[in-house]
Write a protein that binds this ligand. Structure first.
Ligand SMILES: Nc1nc2c([nH]c(=O)n2[C@@H]2O[C@H](COP(=O)(O)OP(=O)(O)OP(=O)(O)O)[C@@H](O)[C@H]2O)c(=O)[nH]1
Length: 327
């Protein structure tokens, strides 16, 4: 049996999101959740969301966009629950707990998945992650120029940086990472290190503040559970099996590639947008489109269910710099 639930993320003018507390006499009693509920038979998702938000909060929904859809299979009841979460982008009225439920407005970065039903974990991550993820190009010699260009990229609003420098030794990487880490902190950007799993597990870079890990698909396949160390764990995926494994080890997000032909992996067979959206639909974690994409693909990627786009070339230099270089 399939049960479809819709929920809405309502945001106030300072970016806080509204969460509500479940009653004492229902499953996941006392947990916090995003307001919403089960769809009635034959009901369209947005109509169901509008009905639930009126019943629960007394507001009138006027516009919403998909954020993420996640699912859970219960082998005992043989029931699959689909939870489709929308960002509410416009509504009338003032939210109230019409059913007596407590309400709270929270900074998304402070949401604690332990206080929510387990299915909300990727939903919370989707709210905490930005929609652009920069992967740095291989640093070539002039480190100062590399760091200057990174700062320009951060100034365009990049909030998630993957430091990828395959040609550097661990020692050289650590030196560069030290500088990059300081700069990312200055711009409130999250930083993940793309290094072999063994170096990350050895704690080689532990002294460098506030970084997460990014693992290749090969390294992901070595994991049987989420490593305890990184606060943020990103993984590269190319297939449905990779995505399943990423969700099993509770990675925070995946980069799914290549969506389109890309210069960095000329021999790889592109997925195309159709297959990309099919894979994202059952991924159960936020997914970025990677491979031959740039800012101009962001809206399309999100329409395909993605969190956003990840890119080297497409985000390292903005369009005006490309034109200046070409001129
Ligand atoms: N609304 C909502 N439901 C969620 C979230 N996360 C999550 O796992 N669920 C699950 O989705 C289902 C929603 O069922 P519900 O009982 O709250 O739905 P409802 O408002 O239609 O209630 P009713 O059956 O009493 O009328 C529950 O199994 C709940 O645990 C969430 O963030 N928001």
């Amino acid at each position: 049996m399939i049960l479809t639930v819709v929920a809405g993320v309502i945001t106030d003018s300072s970016g806080r999101v509204l969460i509500t507390q479940r009653r004492a006499d229902v499953p996941f009693a006392g947990c916090w959740e995003f307001p919403g509920g089960k769809l009635n038979p034959q009901e369209a998702p947005l109509a169901g969301l509008a009905r639930e938000l009126t019943e629960e909060l007394g507001i009138t929904l006027t516009a919403a966009q998909p954020l993420i859809t996640v699912h859970h299979d219960n082998p005992l009841t043989q029931r699959r629950l689909w939870l489709s979460v929308y960002r509410v982008t416009a509504y009338h009225g003032q939210p109230n707990g019409c059913e007596g439920q407590p309400l709270r407005w929270c900074d998304p970065q402070t949401l604690d998945p332990a206080e929510f039903p387990p299915l909300d974990r990727p939903v919370i991550r989707a709210l905490q992650l930005p929609n652009l993820s920069l992967i740095t190009p291989e640093p070539t010699g002039d480190v100062a120029a590399f760091v200057r260009q990174l700062e320009r990229a951060l100034q365009t609003g990049i909030q998630l940086v993957q430091l990828r420098a395959k040609s550097l030794t661990d020692g050289e990487f650590a030196q560069l990472a030290q500088q990059v880490s300081g700069m990312c902190q200055q711009y409130s950007a999250q930083l993940v290190f793309n290094r072999p799993l063994a170096s990350l597990q050895r704690g080689t870079f532990n002294a460098i503040a506030h970084h997460g890990w990014h693992l290749t698909a090969a390294d992901l396949s070595q994991l049987t559970q989420r490593p305890t160390a990184p606060a943020l764990l990103g993984v590269s995926c190319h297939t449905a099996a990779d995505l399943r494994h990423a969700a099993q080890v509770e990675a925070d997000y995946a980069l799914l590639s290549p969506v389109q032909p890309t210069r960095s992996h000329p021999d790889a067979q592109p997925l195309g947008w159709e297959q990309f959206s099919q894979l994202v639909a059952t991924a159960n974690l936020p997914v970025y489109a990677l491979g031959g994409v740039g800012r101009e693909h962001l809206i399309h990627a999100q329409q395909c269910g993605a969190q956003g786009i990840a890119a080297i070339r497409g985000l390292w230099r903005d369009q005006s710099q490309h034109q200046a270089t070409a001129a």
